[in-house]
Design a protein around this ligand. Structure first.
Ligand SMILES: Cc1cc2nc3c(=O)[nH]c(=O)nc-3n(C[C@H](O)[C@H](O)[C@H](O)COP(=O)(O)OP(=O)(O)OC[C@H]3O[C@@H](n4cnc5c(N)ncnc54)[C@H](O)[C@@H]3O)c2cc1C
Length: 238
């Protein structure tokens, strides 16, 4: 048992950032032999792979200042080139705004589904968004887009039934724009949609740079140290 007034459990981005902002000398106890948690880059056969695909969007002014200036991270700006393989064709992301080259049947399902849903006002949309993400998708995009793409895709990526997901959690995603979807289903477009159409990425190791730069500012990171038990009242941990 060791006694401390404060400890940070885990040197993932949350733990590292908390320690950086709270007290750079606080003990940060990390079970693994390296910092970063999910935000890690591993070497394999002389190639670098991020553990999970991480892109930096940096909308918050404080975070932009921290990344660009205070921490001095080297980042580059990129334009998203993301595509979806469906119906044996490759279409640009996002699916719902690029129906043009899908098979006639899928396109028909999507447009028919969209035509079945009613237009709603901003106020009505706010009300609908109080329900589950699944409800919202069916009411806003219709059954075609929902069943061909939005529901299975989001079930897979979040490993969660969309009926259990809130719209607040999914608020970064694109709002249904019926007219735009139908227009794009009939004519080609080169528009970029969504919060991640442009993003920043680190230039040296990969996303690991972000964790490493925080770690260099901290004085007491203890790797290979798994916390098994802690007692907050008497401030002991094992
Ligand atoms: C596929 C995927 C893509 C993502 N893409 C993005 C993105 O593009 N942009 C973005 O901003 N976010 C993205 N995220 C989210 C982001 O990865 C997480 O929000 C963030 O990494 C969480 O950091 P964390 O420190 O809370 O947890 P973690 O990264 O999980 O870190 C937890 C750390 O605690 C350690 N630990 C656990 N238990 C103990 C213990 N008992 N004792 C000691 N140490 C312990 C672990 O070893 C680990 O190092 C993505 C996530 C995933 C899964």
């Amino acid at each position: 048992m060791v006694k401390h007034d404060n400890i940070v459990i885990g040197a993932g981005l949350a733990g590292l950032s908390f320690a950086y902002h709270f007290n750079k000398n606080v003990p940060v106890l990390e079970a693994l032999d390296t910092v970063g948690g999910l935000v890690r880059t591993v070497d394999y056969n002389n190639c670098k792979f991020d553990l999970a695909p991480h892109l930096l969007h940096l909308k918050n002014p404080y975070v932009r200042e921290l990344v660009f200036n205070t921490l001095g991270l080297k980042v580059e700006s990129h334009v998203r080139k993301a595509h979806i393989y469906y119906d044996k064709v490759i279409i640009p992301y996002p699916f719902e705004l690029n129906l043009l080259n899908l098979s006639e049947q899928t396109k028909k399902d999507c447009i028919n589904g969209l035509n079945e849903v009613s237009h709603f006002s901003k106020e009505e949309e706010t009300e609908i968004r109080k329900g589950s993400y699944k409800d919202y998708v069916l009411k806003a995009f219709g059954s075609g887009i929902a069943n061909h793409y939005l529901l299975p895709y989001n079930r897979k990526i979040w490993d969660t039934d969309p009926a259990d997901m809130t719209c607040e959690f999914m608020s970064h995603l694109i709002t249904a724009d019926k007219d735009q979807i139908i227009k794009n289903a009939t004519e080609a477009n080169n528009d970029k949609y969504g919060y991640n159409a442009e993003f920043y990425y680190l230039v040296i190791k990969g996303i690991q740079d972000l964790a490493d730069v925080f770690a260099t500012q901290l004085t007491n990171i203890q790797l290979n140290t798994r916390v098994e038990y802690f007692e907050t009242k008497i401030k002991h941990f094992t």
